[in-house]
Unconditional design. Structure first.
Length: 425
């Protein structure tokens, strides 16, 4: 796009590939590794120092922070994402449920306001019925979520969720929602320009650990269902005048009914799947609408071709799922037709223990799902990462497991296939 890119970084990331490949790196020294990316005023100062006219927040940290977006607006610096008003609305999961329900999107039964009093919460829980799930009102990334199977487990689970929510988001508000068993996790990629919105299809994200995705693929739905649910997601985006990229997340129950979960108002880690099957560059589209351009394509322009699967290469023990930070002594990534690698790692890279364990993403595209599975398995087999444990053995076991091959997958897949995590089949 002909734009110069400056990357802010802390001490731990000073040698990572994004910093090395950027036109310029801007060091924000902090004793706490997270503070380099969470200090709003420091990042605003950095943007002004380098003369940036826009800031892209990436996947996490301040990507959904309305205060950050507002501060940039006050300095007349464009936030490449939705407006502060949209971020405030969608950051409150309870308010978002209400808005999406009014827009015609079905939501699972749950509390209509935050709950804090244990006695009040227990009464609401009894009305909803068990099992239910407790969620942080300002949550994301699977943090501050707890499934409760029985009434006697509810008080302790609620205290645990409130503590995690307060620690992670500075907001201990939680809400209750009916837990949908045997569900598929399906999300729709949406793009809006503040006036009009379109969807770019769905991604299937049911294979998770600790409520975080480790393998995503698409497409998954029939054309008719894609059109129906996609239209509802678009209506939800247009109802709030959404600008930028967003992911509308749903659960589909065993009867095929869809229920709204949340909107992630940012680019997702798994946006690569959509890029591979649509041929569209989502990040550049997000930049263009942030610059005030209208959507450059209509819904009729969107086409889906073939199948793509992404494996998140987390630096974790594939059997215990414990983090495995450390030096990557040797790093070789696969290549070839239909294979894409997104990573910040290289031979000699020191994987820090202070951040998320994601080390890389390996994405395979092929004309069919069966071919994509074979191509991804071959790519994983060719990857060499010495010095840290990774989830590659687990991914390969999943790709060769019969229920996965036959699309018999729900969000409890790893729990019901314990042999995969323990190293067996």
């Amino acid at each position: 796009m002909g734009m110069g890119a400056v990357v802010v970084h802390g001490r731990e990331d000073r040698l990572s590939l994004p910093v090395r490949l950027a036109d310029e790196g801007y060091f924000i020294p902090r004793d706490d590794p997270l503070a380099s990316y969470l200090d709003i005023e420091a990042i605003v100062i950095a943007a002004k120092d380098v003369g940036a006219d826009a800031v892209h927040p990436g996947y996490g940290f301040l990507a959904e922070n309305a205060t950050f977006a507002q501060r940039l607006a006050e300095e007349e610096i464009t936030f490449i994402g939705p407006s502060p008003e949209s971020l405030r609305l969608l950051g409150d999961k309870i308010a978002a449920r209400g808005v999406m329900s009014k827009a015609g999107i079905p939501v699972a039964g749950g509390s209509e306001k935050p709950v804090a009093n244990p006695d009040e919460a227990s009464g609401i829980a009894a009305e909803i019925g068990f099992p239910l799930i407790i969620k942080a009102a300002s949550g994301g990334g699977g943090i501050g979520m707890q499934v409760v199977e029985a009434e006697e487990d509810f008080p302790s689970a609620m205290r645990l969720c409130q503590g995690r929510a307060a620690s992670a988001f500075g907001d201990d508000r939680v809400f209750l929602e009916k837990f949908i068993r045997d569900a598929e996790h399906i999300e729709f990629q949406v793009l809006g320009d503040g006036r009009r919105a379109i969807h770019l299809g769905e991604r299937f994200c049911s294979i998770q650990r600790r409520h975080q995705k480790i393998l995503e693929e698409g497409p998954w739905l029939s054309d008719d269902i894609r059109e129906e649910i996609g239209a509802r997601a678009v209506a939800g985006a247009e109802a709030i005048g959404y600008r930028g990229l967003a992911t509308f997340e749903f659960l589909r129950d065993a009867e095929g009914e869809f229920y709204f979960m949340e909107v992630n108002p940012r680019v997702q880690v798994e946006h690569t799947v959509t890029e591979m099957i649509t041929g569209l560059d989502l990040v550049s589209l997000g930049i263009r609408v942030a610059a005030g351009e209208e959507l450059p394509l209509s819904q009729q322009d969107v086409r889906w071709d073939g199948h793509a699967i992404q494996a998140r290469i987390n630096a974790e023990n594939p059997m215990t799922l414990d983090p495995s930070p450390g030096k990557v002594w040797e790093c070789h990534w696969p290549g070839g037709p239909g294979v894409r690698i997104d990573t910040h790692a290289f031979s000699g890279y020191d994987m820090p223990g202070a951040f998320d364990s994601l080390l890389a993403k390996i994405i395979a595209w092929a004309p069919s799902r069966e071919e994509a599975i074979l191509r991804l398995d071959a790519a994983l087999d060719e990857a060499i990462l010495l010095g840290v444990d990774t989830l590659i053995p687990l991914h390969r076991a999943i790709l060769n497991e019969s229920d996965f091959r036959e699309r018999n997958i729900t969000t409890d897949y790893l729990e019901t296939h314990q042999g995969l995590v323990s190293g067996g089949r």
